[in-house]
Design a protein around this ligand. Sequence first.
Ligand SMILES: *[C@@H]1O[C@H](CO)[C@@H](O)[C@H](O)[C@H]1NC(C)=O
Ligand SMILES: *[C@@H]1O[C@H](CO)[C@@H](O)[C@H](O)[C@H]1NC(C)=O
Ligand SMILES: *[C@@H]1O[C@H](CO)[C@@H](O)[C@H](O)[C@H]1NC(C)=O
Length: 473
Amino acid sequence: MNSKVFIICVTIFAKVSVASVARKTSATNVQPIEEENDYARVLELSLLFYEAQRSGKLPADNRIPWRGDSALNDRGLNGEDLTGGYYDAADFVKFGFTMASTTTLLAWGAVSWPEAYAAAGQLDEIRTTVKWATDYFIKCHVNETTFYGQVGDFTMDHTFWGRPEDLNTSRPAFKIDAEHPGSDLAGETAAALAAASLLFKDSNPEYSAMCLQHSKELYQFANDHRGLYHEAIKGAAQYYESTDYGDELAWSAAWLFKATNNSRYLEEAEYHYQHFYLKERPNEFFFNKKVAGVQVLLAQLTQQRDYQNSAKNFCDFSVRFQKRTPKGLIYIDKFGTLCHAANIAFVCLQAADSPGIGDPQEYRDFAKQQISYMLGGGGRSYVVGWGRNPPTQPHHAASSCPDKPASCGWSELYRKSPNPQTLYGALVSGPDEIDKFHDHREDYIYTDVTLDYNAGFTSALSGLLQLRVKAIT
Ligand SMILES: *[C@@H]1O[C@H](CO)[C@@H](O)[C@H](O)[C@H]1NC(C)=O
Ligand SMILES: *[C@@H]1O[C@H](CO)[C@@H](O)[C@H](O)[C@H]1NC(C)=O
Ligand SMILES: *[C@@H]1O[C@H](CO)[C@@H](O)[C@H](O)[C@H]1NC(C)=O
């Protein structure tokens, strides 16, 4: 362990949360399993993962010792400043669509369960995490009908493996506008900014109002100019295709109703819901399919039977009948296996908080079991830097590099040893359908990490922590 990593460990372990102090002092004989499921600590680590993904000029209080300023020349087609935001994954593309859906999910958790964040000592941290994204979205929204949805080109970016601080590829910016619209991208960003406006309502009212203004304009743009963003931003299709925009239109309108209480937005959300047939039970909840989120959110906002039944159908199906691995993990896809399970855990924790949707205890037990699998209950931890036998070779360029001034390049991808930097809090893609996992950096099917993978996971942790906090007090 080198000295820089040691310093950050000390910092993290010194900040023991109120909740874990309460538990540690009350329990005379702390079971390892209880430690393993320390939601407060993992929540804290998960936010550190987001910190490690920051692009742009880092503030003086940056907690990731192996990260520095990067991509300071990111610009729009007319020279607009597009620095900031988050790198998507192992690579260094700034990818608007999943950055936005990540932000919406993070903000939804924090808006719903602030007591959990307070108990974990992470209220400031979650606000900072969300604001790092929303500051960037606001920069990208250069006028009412122009929004930059991607900085960096996948093909060019993928010729580079190393530290973001050493990036030397050119980083073109890609936009949607009235002639080349993207209702999915603009809609999801509107949802993220509406959710953020709720998060900042008390702590930073001016900023909250600014988020809300951009959210309204982006929703209007999404609604008035219909289209799929990957037709405007062609390179995106290969990685994060969006096959529909009806869910993002309903999602953003519902979020705007939650943020404004203006019935016009509820009417539009309900209209989109009917028009795009969002009543049907989806198979999953992820960046390209927000239907389950729309159903649960509308059930929460309206208490109407229709939405409650749809949300119940989704959660009952997922909990009782969805395919599982032998050890009980929900299995939907080999990419982001754990992300899919965590997203469902999260959205069904939301459902459990809303009256009239199924059996809350069943959904909460399910969420607890899925998250416990990820933290070690499945035989090993899938969170970098946490618990027993965690992944040591996440598919992640920056953390695969040794300390400066040693050089870093493609040989670091193939090196058969742990990443020299610990990417604390990153949830890896996960095991296969028979619970097998390969901790190899180049096996990205298992070891990939992305903004998106940690999002529902973070919020599910906050939901589970909230239940503990409420049980304690
Ligand atoms: C909006 O911004 C784009 C990109 O900078 C620019 O080309 C366009 O002229 C602007 N439109 C308006 C109405 O200001
Ligand atoms: C970028 O850096 C890499 C590694 O240092 C080097 O091999 C490559 O030639 C550089 N590319 C450009 C365009 O400067
Ligand atoms: C939202 O609007 C409804 C009906 O117009 C009203 O009863 C309710 O108090 C409002 N809530 C808030 C938080 O403004």
